[in-house]
Ligand binder design. Structure first.
Ligand code: AMP
Length: 287
């Protein structure tokens, strides 16, 4: 595995691979790798000639009062994991390398961001879209792998790819979970033992919510049910529980059979804000 810090070096390698007609599978991350990331890397490994992993904690996507400084980092461990998973190139740039002082543009995301984390974290998805666009220009991937744990991010990047006629193909990867259902996340290390026991209730609530909705409960009733389940089973503070169409993230009054929907939750535990979601094709009477 080659570790690359400079944009120009990465572009040289990627260009050579593209000219040799090789496929490039790309997995962008913020590091502190866990099995969720590993699954993305493994899939990229299976489906491509060359695999690039990027590790970059992107300051642009963190708000002033968010956890940029406290975001967990362990590059030595990440390097070892990446090597074991068969990554060809680890792209690990500095902030100065990625953001030159004389920057003149910034991508603004106009749709799919007025809800969920986009509403709660103003500017977050502008930062995500900007860095992903930059990384795509640097790595030149044929396929890029994104986890559905961050379903709104997938929706935003799909929009970006379509708007800018990018040729990269986005591959949606299902959320990888602990045995008890908790979505794997770098932030799970900040849960207290008690919170760690409670946290699987988020996913349980979403699954039960899908069942209720398909049994005929209204959107409002379903949201209330999911919220109550989380309140009863965790000490977390609910940031939101919402139901929208997916990936458009539009309000749904009455779901239609076959419509793709998302039920999404964000909840604040003492030191970690966790998100989870369930995306499904609505089938009346199922569950
Ligand atoms: P992050 O390092 O948190 O920015 O995540 C990098 C990529 O890994 C994103 O596409 C995430 O959606 C994905 N990812 C993170 N956690 C999981 C998970 N539990 N299952 C699947 N993908 C994940």
């Amino acid at each position: 595995m080659k570790i690359i810090n400079l944009i120009s070096d990465m572009q040289t390698e990627s260009l050579a691979a593209r000219l040799a007609n090789k496929t490039i599978g790309f997995v962008p991350t913020m590091g502190f790798l866990h099995e969720g990331h590993a699954t993305l890397i493994e899939q990229a490994r299976k489906e491509n000639d060359m695999v690039v992993l990027s590790i970059f904690v992107n300051p642009l996507q963190f708000g002033p009062n968010e956890d940029f400084d406290a975001y967990p980092r362990d590059i030595a461990r990440d390097e070892k994991i990446a090597r074991e998973l068969g990554v060809d190139y680890l792209f690990y740039p500095t902030i100065e390398e990625m953001y030159k002082e004389d920057r003149t543009t910034l991508i603004t995301v106009e749709k799919r961001v007025d809800v969920l984390c986009g509403k709660k974290r103003p500017g977050h998805f502008d930062g995500v879209a900007t860095v992903v666009m930059k990384l795509f220009q640097i790595v030149m991937p044929t396929q890029a792998y994104f986890g559905m744990k961050d379903a709104q991010q997938v929706a935003v990047i799909e929009g970006l790819i379509s708007d800018y006629h990018l040729t990269v193909q986005l591959v949606r990867v299902n959320t990888i979970r602990e045995e008890d259902g908790l979505a794997k996340s770098s932030r799970n290390v900040y849960l207290t033992p008690k919170e760690r026991e409670e946290a699987p209730a988020l996913q349980q609530a979403l699954q039960l919510g899908e069942g209720r909705l398909e049994q005929g409960a209204s959107i409002y009733e379903t949201k209330e049910f999911v919220e109550n389940h989380i309140k009863e089973h965790t000490g977390s503070e609910i940031d939101y529980v919402e139901i929208y169409s997916y990936p458009d993230l539009k309000v749904v009054k009455e779901p239609r059979d076959g419509e793709s929907l998302i039920i999404a939750v964000a909840a604040k535990f003492s030191k970690a804000r966790l998100i989870d979601n369930i995306v499904f094709s609505y089938t009346k009477g199922e569950n």
